[in-house]
Design a protein. Structure first.
Length: 215
């Protein structure tokens, strides 16, 4: 039987505006190279579920990082910190996008990365993963899982996509503007499948490991 092992630890990375934030990293033992994935956590906080999810990706051959979007709210139980953040109105989208970019850049600086990085998030983290993909060219694909307020009215969509869609555009135009996210995933060797036939470019996921990932 082949030997299996991983390393998992809490580290500090540079987030939005150069702020130091915490992150949880897990990867298989060995020199790699490994594909990378950034996990963007949900509104319940930087919790045990996302640590388990990070290690699960490492078990399947990825170098995974889950950064703490709520770091600035202080230490404590994840649900208590999350409640404090919600009571204060949440975190700015720009801050979450900047923190996510910091996590991606940390991964890209590691010698064991194979050059490919994806992002994934669930619930509010899915929404943030989608918004992050609209504002960066640093990732190869994005997986948005049941994120709220992603498929939204046209005016809000224009703002969410950072001006990528011209004023007066239709929803079809919006889908065309977002399509490069899926295109980049396909070029990186991922197979993209749709979850919602009504909005194929906006509701996509990746359903297999890229070349080079280990079982």
């Amino acid at each position: 039987m082949a030997y299996e092992g991983m390393i998992a630890e809490t580290i500090s990375i540079s987030g939005h505006n150069g702020d130091t934030i915490s992150a949880y990293v897990a990867r298989p033992l060995g020199a790699g190279p490994f594909p990378g994935v950034v996990l963007i956590h949900h509104n319940p906080g930087w919790d045990e579920f996302y640590r388990e999810m990070t290690r699960k990706f490492a078990h399947h051959g990825y170098a995974a990082i889950s950064h703490n979007l709520f770091h600035r709210a202080g230490e404590g139980r994840s649900d208590d910190v999350a409640a404090k953040v919600r009571a204060e109105g949440g975190i700015p989208d720009a801050q979450a996008i900047g923190d996510s970019e910091g996590a991606v850049q940390w991964l890209r600086a590691q010698p064991w990365l194979n050059g490919k990085v994806g992002a994934i998030g669930s619930c509010s983290g899915g929404r943030l993963a989608f918004l992050y993909a609209c504002h960066t060219k640093s990732i190869d694909c994005v997986v948005e899982l049941w994120g709220d307020a992603v498929i939204i009215r046209r005016e809000a969509m224009l703002a969410a996509c950072g001006g990528a869609i011209a004023a007066g555009a239709s929803v079809a135009d919006a889908r065309d503007a977002i399509a490069p996210v899926a295109t980049r995933a396909q070029r990186a060797g991922w197979r993209v499948v749709t979850l919602d036939a009504r909005t194929p470019a906006m509701s996509a996921r990746v359903d297999h490991r890229p070349a080079g990932a280990r079982a």
